[in-house]
Design a protein around this ligand. Structure first.
Ligand code: IFM
Length: 460
């Protein structure tokens, strides 16, 4: 896989997939016995979703999944990462199981396997049953037990067919966006709640790993973290301290306990000083051992690096920036910088410092809003270039010894991008939300060529 002007050969035995999540694509939120989720509830709050939309129809994947699986097969993918909606399976969060919900995921898994797509199943991608939220949600320790029961129900039913199991998607988003910033469900704004939620989410992960292993012999279990490498905007002491602090909040708060180091001492001290936690009394004996239950793989979601500028000192008192803000042409519609080198750096760092047995890039992609042109095609060259850069970054990491075993593009379809509604288009496949028509974008055609020729060429 050495660099050459001709391009680079792809690794053998690699998983090449697209990723989605239940609430973002399924729709059918009131069909076949599905219960209410915290996202159904948040969408009804005025102003919570930028375009005032919700997930009621989304991409209608609940009904159109055969077409969507066929699209992936035609593109030459060999894996599909999707999530199960907890309220579809256990509408009240605990107790009665909705067989129709389980039947849907069984059809989806069987359909994927029949089309040569290896299913990677995520148990929790943010759509908590509202009934559990009413009882405290992730702030309550009881939700940990409810998650274990839910993991048991799903893995009993699908454990003979699904090999790759993800417990939780992006605990930072669940804890901090959902309980501190309030931009995501359940829309709370209190660090004290966020730290408890983070702990319970991690504990739910650790406790469910043995459940999955019991029900899915030979299956593999892991968690998915969003990772962003921080870099200081200048060499000033203030910027360096802010960078360390960001890394602690975003990356190490999850990586450290998952890999047996407990919560990072610097951040514990910082949270305590800020009054966000008192003694971390919600961490009970045995919890850290459970959280550190060895896993088979780590999923890493990578979108961009984070350039950190301290807010603790006035701009005039700080050193001049050595790293300017990235210009608009290097940003996606989300405002995120296109920085593939950060993916290689993150993979190397996690491999070196934490040593997961295997790593998957479980999400990577870019929001660009191109629509079909007069020729009926979606000419999304920036997304193609983004993919090319990031696939190259994966190959660089493999060459450097990282046990990277697969790559999942985010996302298969344009979909409901949470608080942004349908304004942000991440799909390899364009969705017309009025007609639900799917159009394969040029970037997906390019990816398909890469996979079918097994060769990453530069440019189109
Ligand atoms: O759409 C989200 C996804 O649900 C989780 N990871 C980041 C994506 C883009 O924001």
């Amino acid at each position: 896989m050495s660099d050459s002007s001709q391009g680079r050969r792809l690794p053998a035995g690699f998983l090449w997939g697209a990723a989605t999540s239940s609430f973002q694509i399924e729709g059918a939120t009131r069909e076949d016995g599905r219960g209410e989720s915290i996202w159904d509830r948040l969408c009804r709050k005025p102003g919570a979703i930028a375009d005032g939309t919700d997930g009621a129809v989304a991409c209608d994947h609940y009904h159109r999944w055969p077409e969507d699986l066929a699209l992936m097969q035609e593109l030459g993918l060999n894996a599909y990462r999707f999530s199960v909606a907890w309220p579809r399976v256990i509408p009240q969060g605990r107790g009665a199981v909705n067989q129709e919900g389980l039947d849907f995921y069984e059809r989806l898994v069987d359909g994927a396997l029949a089309r040569g797509l290896r299913p990677m199943l995520t148990l929790y991608h943010w759509d908590l049953p509202q009934a559990l939220q009413d009882a405290g949600g992730w702030v309550s320790r009881d939700t940990v037990g409810a998650f274990e029961e839910y993991a048991d129900v799903v893995s009993r039913r699908l454990g003979d067919r699904v090999r790759d199991w993800v417990t939780i998607n992006e605990p930072w988003c669940v804890a901090v966006l959902g309980h501190v910033h309030g931009s995501q469900a359940p829309g709370l704004q209190d660090w004290k709640l966020g730290l408890r939620a983070a702990h319970h989410v991690l504990l739910a992960h650790g406790r469910s790993v043995p459940v999955i292993r019991r029900n899915s012999p030979g299956g593999k279990a892991g968690i998915v973290l969003i990772i962003s490498p921080p870099v200081a905007a200048s060499g000033s002491a203030a910027d360096r301290a802010a960078t360390q602090s960001f890394d602690g909040e975003f990356n190490r708060w999850y990586l450290d306990p998952l890999y047996g180091r407990g919560y990072p001492a610097d951040k514990k001290a910082e949270y305590t000083a800020a009054g966000h936690a008192q003694d971390f009394e919600f961490v009970l004996p045995g919890d850290l051992e459970d959280i550190a239950t060895p896993t088979d793989f780590l999923g890493m979601n990578y979108y961009s690096r984070t350039i950190v500028r301290s807010s603790a000192v006035a701009e005039a008192d700080n050193e001049p920036r050595t790293l300017p803000e990235p210009p608009p042409e290097r940003r996606t519609d989300m405002g995120w910088e296109v920085y593939p080198e950060g993916l290689t750096a993150s993979l190397l760092r996690v491999h070196r410092e934490y040593g997961p047995r295997e790593i998957y890039v479980t999400e990577n992609g870019a929001a660009y809003g191109m629509e079909p042109g007069p020729d009926g095609r979606v000419h999304d060259e920036p997304r193609r270039a983004y993919l090319e850069g990031h696939l190259g970054a994966c190959l660089d990491a493999i060459d450097a010894g990282v046990p990277l075993k697969g790559y999942f593009a985010w996302s298969l379809l344009d979909n409901f991008e949470w608080a942004y509604g349908y304004r942000m288009r991440f799909g390899l496949v364009h969705v017309d939300f009025a007609t639900l028509k799917r159009t394969v974008k040029d970037s997906a055609r390019w990816l398909s060529q890469v996979l079918k020729t097994n060769w990453l060429r530069r440019g189109t």
